[in-house]
Design a protein around this ligand. Structure first.
Ligand code: GDP
Length: 300
């Protein structure tokens, strides 16, 4: 994965050097941990996350599980892998469905994060799985947003629910509420609500998203974050957690070649699981997120 290319290369270099040693002294462990720390910081992983991560790796690497291992270096690599799976959320967390349909999924995130694209990806993925999604345009901020969601809905073969043109347009909370009634009446089993985003965190839009959340009581609120946003990831994620109390994270643009630290920080700082990963502009470039697979890719 391009996003982690550099981090991967740095870690494999570190492990290559480590493997040359038979037994490991405390200073070998410290040296290795220091290199891991630098590699993570250079990959834009949030400082607190790096500190906690390397602290745990160091403590375990200095303990008996490495001391008594037949292959100490290999055991250190295993520890790094375990801890990486841990900061990525541990177990895979699947999308939650409502006991009684429709399942309501609300999307939130900054403008350009990939929400509208994700709405299409989710719709297509759900359709393949036998679901009947309805895409709801509750981003009434940008004139183009409804049209854009319409295009995505068509590509995904899903139905669009949008305010009637000229019909007062304005109220996204109303649109979201009406869409649920519509889904119930017409038997759509999943409602995906696209909400407005701004370039920066914006109090008024956050309030609007919070009001939509309150009005429709979603089964999932997915926070979409661009893996390329670097150091801003933590502050943005925290603002959205406070604003809309999201239930899960979607990492988008993991195909990019930025440093990807957002991806490695966000589950850890918010305590919310990463549920999906988006890896391209077309609707098929999307998959459920597996912490263990991501860790293996990074450590490959
Ligand atoms: P929104 O403002 O949050 O709704 O974001 P959009 O869905 O409109 O996406 C913004 C831009 O990012 C568009 O040009 C998308 O094609 C692009 N995009 C979305 N997801 C991905 C992804 O996973 N990878 C790449 N490379 N581009 C993406």
């Amino acid at each position: 994965m391009a996003t982690f290319g550099n981090l991967s290369d740095r870690l494999s270099e570190t492990f290559k050097n480590l493997r040359k040693k038979g037994t490991l002294s405390a200073s070998d462990v410290d040296g290795t941990v220091r290199e891991i720390r630098r590699a993570l910081i250079d990959a834009d992983v949030a400082f607190d996350v790096v500190k906690e991560f390397t602290g745990r790796v160091r403590e375990r690497a200095l303990g008996d599980e490495v001391n008594k291992a037949l292959n100490p270096a290999q055991q250190v690599v295993k520890i790094v892998n375990d801890e990486l799976v841990g900061i990525l959320g541990g177990q895979q967390r699947r999308l939650e469905f409502a006991k009684t349909p429709p399942t309501v999924i609300m999307l939130a995130g900054l403008q350009g994060a990939g929400k509208t694209t994700l709405a299409g990806k989710l719709a297509k993925w759900l359709t393949k799985d036998g679901h009947t999604p309805l895409l709801v345009a509750a981003d009434l901020q940008r004139p183009n947003a409804v049209t854009q969601l319409g295009v995505v809905a068509e590509q995904a073969g899903a139905t669009l629910f949008a305010p009637e043109p000229g019909n007062g347009v304005g109220d996204p909370v109303r649109v979201a509420k009406d869409s649920i009634k519509f889904a119930r009446d017409k038997q759509y089993d999943t409602v995906i609500i696209d909400t407005a985003g701004r370039l920066g965190v914006d109090a008024e839009l956050m309030k609007q998203a919070a009001n939509i959340r309150k009005a429709v009581d979603p089964d999932e609120v997915l926070f979409v974050i661009d893996a390329m946003i670097g150091q801003d990831a933590v502050a943005t994620a925290k603002a959205f957690q406070e604003g809309v109390d999201f239930t899960g994270v979607v990492l988008s643009k993991l195909d990019g070649d930025a440093r990807g630290g957002a991806a490695l920080s966000v589950a850890s700082v918010t305590g919310r699981p990463i549920i999906f990963a988006s890896t391209g502009e077309t609707l098929d470039e999307f998959e459920p997120f597996h912490p263990d697979r991501m860790a293996s890719r990074i450590l490959d």
